[in-house]
Write a protein that binds this ligand. Structure first.
Ligand code: PEP
Length: 253
């Protein structure tokens, strides 16, 4: 059974409620006959209610860019998964490279967020990926294995099967420098073999592995044609309906 492609757009710290609603409205129109691809968008927290309302009954899902690992409490400025679910989210990004590298999130903390997502009824999108220095030191597989080992620790096989993994080499995010289709495929194949060694076969068959890092409508088709690339996590090109839709069309071709 083939895996259904999954394209997610990470709007990062762009698009307040009015602009987010306008982009959601444009996506709703452009993707009205969407059938072959799963799509999600991750607006800033403040814009989630407007986007969720606009995208109701469209099949386009809403994702949170982050969540706190506790369910509630004295954590000023944080948002827990349950509130994100109530606001209309289906998915939550966990361990995006900017959370790891700018905000210092460790693999252990990201693992707690993955568990919190499940406890809150959200599906995690666990982001992993090496820095340029780690690639140059030929440590890609070690780094990915460590991020997977800790990031997925304590999950049941069924939970892993419904987790999306996003392989995002740090050097390719927001830089315009994309991994070559072969580099990306090699990393994805490693991730799938890692899953196959640790979980029953259905897990590795089912888990969708997105590629992220300067994906655009011109490079998407070749990346997505690789056997272990099941979708994309898109930053910059997700901020305009035209380019995001172009990537979704490449995924449905
Ligand atoms: C991202 O934010 O996850 C990302 C991949 O960004 P960009 O597409 O801009 O490289």
């Amino acid at each position: 059974m083939g895996r259904r492609p999954f394209i997610a757009g990470n709007w990062k710290m762009h698009k307040g409620p009015a602009e987010a609603d306008a982009l959601a409205r444009a996506l709703k129109t452009a993707l009205s006959d969407l059938t072959a691809v799963d799509v999600a968008v991750a607006p800033p927290f403040i814009s989630i209610p407007a986007v969720a309302q606009r995208l109701q009954h469209t099949g386009i899902h809403v994702a949170a860019q982050n969540l706190h690992e506790e369910l509630s409490g004295a954590f000023t400025g944080e948002v827990p998964g349950e509130m994100l679910r109530q606001a209309g989210c289906t998915y939550a990004l966990c361990g995006h490279s900017e959370r790891r590298h700018i905000f210092g999130e460790s693999d252990e903390r990201i693992n707690r967020k993955v568990h919190a997502a499940f406890r809150s009824g959200l599906l995690p999108i666990l982001c992993i990926g090496e820095t340029l220095a780690q690639r140059e030191a030929e440590r890609v597989e070690d780094v990915l294995a460590q991020q997977l080992e800790t990031g997925l620790a304590g999950l049941e096989a069924d939970q892993v099967a419904t987790t999306t993994l996003a392989y995002e080499p740090v050097w390719a995010i927001g830089t315009g420098r994309t991994a070559s289709p072969q580099q990306a495929q090699d990393a994805h194949a490693f991730v799938r073999s890692w899953l196959n060694e640790r979980f029953p076969a259905y897990v590795g068959k089912q888990v969708r592995i997105q590629y992220g890092g300067s994906v655009n409508p011109s490079n998407a088709a070749e990346l997505l044609s690789q056997p272990d690339i099941d979708g994309a996590l898109v930053g910059g090109a997700a901020l305009k309906a035209e380019s995001f839709v172009g990537i979704i069309q490449a995924a449905s071709a």
